[in-house]
Design a protein around this ligand. Structure first.
Ligand code: NAD
Length: 473
């Protein structure tokens, strides 16, 4: 999406949002600059034999804040990746981890590559080589720097990274914890693939529990029947749309992809669109929807919630004034520029900010990391005991009351304490608590105009506290 001349670049946008919040705090001189700056960035170029020749690849890994270790953040594979983007994403990771109380610093990595141009075997060799370059300099390590999936990468790439690290460090008993988002048989965790989209759902559910916030957006009621437009139908966009449609009764009235958009006022079937995309590689030609070749104006259609879930700088000063959604739910990182943010807020829109809303991924990554360090899946020790106790409690209740226990209650009591349910419970709790905290900052402080500033403020306060109380300078 073209940026209007004068719109801040991604890193500048993040820094200006940070500056706006930090100005409201009374921190010791120098500390605001320290928290804002990227501690280190490593740029690497490496060759991989492709066909008869060699191809040189360029990648980065940034450590934004090491106030807590390990640092954590995804690895992105895309042609547009550049150093500033990686720094901006790493900064967002530091703030995000602080917002949801995940004990990591912030990092991010990126490789300039269009994954679609390579075979599976070539991609495996490229990823392994990149991982080796990073691991040799401690930019992949269970105790120092733990990557995860991002745009263009998934469980498969994480498995290759873990395998590379293990080969380099065969004596590291915690090697599996060097990366998260792995396939479950390789030490991954149930629920990680869906985690960011699931977190978006839990975040939106929590927003709709607060009548005052919903009313400020000019809306009422719950997610049921709300008209939602989703941009980006990858890991995050697909899962968020699926759960909002199937579990909350929302209507997905448009899906905007790279190659066009699908619109249907009665609501699209997310699963059917996904199957169609898997089969054809495109949204074009999907039945039961109007296809629009230029997806960009579809962000501006009348709807209740707009969920940008593709990439940064999608809502700029060029199109912000035409956005009709009442709520902008930032599933992607940095989808709204600093300038667009001001235009949207002046128009009375509520923005649920990225550094809160897409934190589901890193939250479940934290659970995976803990699982890897403990070398045991969650629920293994207590599942049977809990099952027996529930059966005993139900039997007792039935014998004492002689009454029929309502079926939903019985089902809920019998819900297994298995890994997936535990992960979902932990994620829901995290997303609900974090929203309640940032909305309190927003509501209680007259100088905090919106949820984004509240989220930055909350993150900066927590990181600053760590520096002033525990760090030796
Ligand atoms: P992905 O690669 O799985 O999906 C991205 C989708 O966006 C793809 O389907 C792509 O075709 C589409 N897209 C790209 N450019 C587009 C455009 N101009 N218009 C419309 N669609 C476009 O990536 P993802 O993992 O879903 O990540 C999406 C966003 O969410 C990124 O900003 C990422 O940083 C953020 N995020 C991801 C995670 C995670 O766990 N994967 C966690 C936190 C944040």
């Amino acid at each position: 999406m073209s940026k209007k001349k004068g719109d801040s670049k991604f890193l500048d946008s993040v820094n200006q949002m940070y500056d706006r919040a930090v100005a409201l705090l009374d921190l010791p001189p120098g500390l605001p600059e320290q928290i804002r700056s990227c501690n280190s960035i490593y740029e690497v170029r490496f060759p991989v034999k492709i066909g008869d020749g060699y191809k040189v690849f360029r990648g980065w890994r940034a450590c934004h804040s090491e106030h807590k270790l390990p640092v954590k953040g995804g690895i992105r594979f895309a042609l547009e990746v550049n150093q500033e983007e990686v720094e901006a994403l790493a900064a967002l990771m530091s703030y995000k981890c602080a917002v949801v109380d995940v004990p990591f610093g912030g990092s991010k990595g990126g490789l300039c590559i269009d994954p679609k141009e390579y075979t599976r075997d070539e991609l495996q060799r490229i990823t392994s080589r990149f991982a080796r370059e990073l691991a040799n300099r401690d930019y992949v390590s269970p105790s120092l720097n733990v990557p995860a999936p991002d745009m263009g990468t998934g469980a498969r790439e994480m498995a290759w990274i873990a395998d590379t690290y293990r080969t380099l460090h065969p004596d590291d008993i915690d090697a599996a914890a060097c990366v998260t988002g792995k396939p479950v048989p390789m030490g991954g965790i149930q629920g990680r693939v869906e985690a960011t989209g699931r977190g978006v759902q839990y975040g939106l559910q929590e927003f709709f529990r607060h009548e005052e916030d919903v009313a400020d957006a000019g809306l009422s009621g719950s997610l049921e029947g709300k008209r939602i437009v989703v941009q980006g139908f990858g890991n995050v966009g697909y899962h968020a749309a699926k759960f909002l449609e199937e579990e909350d009764g929302a209507k997905i009235v448009a899906i905007v992809e790279r190659d066009g958009a699908l619109q249907n006022d009665a609501g699209l079937s997310v699963e059917r669109v996904s199957e169609y995309m898997r089969e054809t590689g495109s949204v074009k030609g999907f039945p039961d929807a109007t296809y629009v070749a230029d997806g960009r104006p579809v962000l501006e259609v009348d709807c209740d919630v707009l969920v940008p879930a593709a990439l940064e700088s999608q809502i700029t000063s060029e199109n912000a004034g035409r956005i009709q959604a009442r709520v902008v739910a930032e599933a992607a990182n940095g989808p709204v520029t600093f300038e667009a943010d001001q235009i949207l807020r002046a128009a009375g829109k509520i923005i649920i900010p990225d550094l809160y809303l897409n934190a589901g991924g890193v939250t479940v990554s934290y659970f995976e990391w803990i699982k890897n360090l403990s070398h045991m899946r969650f629920g293994r020790m207590e599942r049977r005991m809990q099952e027996t106790r529930t059966q005993q409690a139900l039997a007792l209740l039935k014998s004492v009351t002689k009454a029929q226990i309502p079926e939903p209650l019985e089902r809920s009591m019998q819900r297994e304490m298995d890994e997936l349910n535990l992960v979902r419970s932990g994620l829901e709790d995290t997303m609900r608590e974090a929203y309640q905290h940032i909305r309190l900052v927003w509501r209680e402080r007259d100088d905090v105009p919106d949820l984004r500033t509240a989220a930055y403020l909350s993150a900066i306060e927590k990181i600053a506290h760590y520096y002033t109380e525990y760090a030796v300078g």
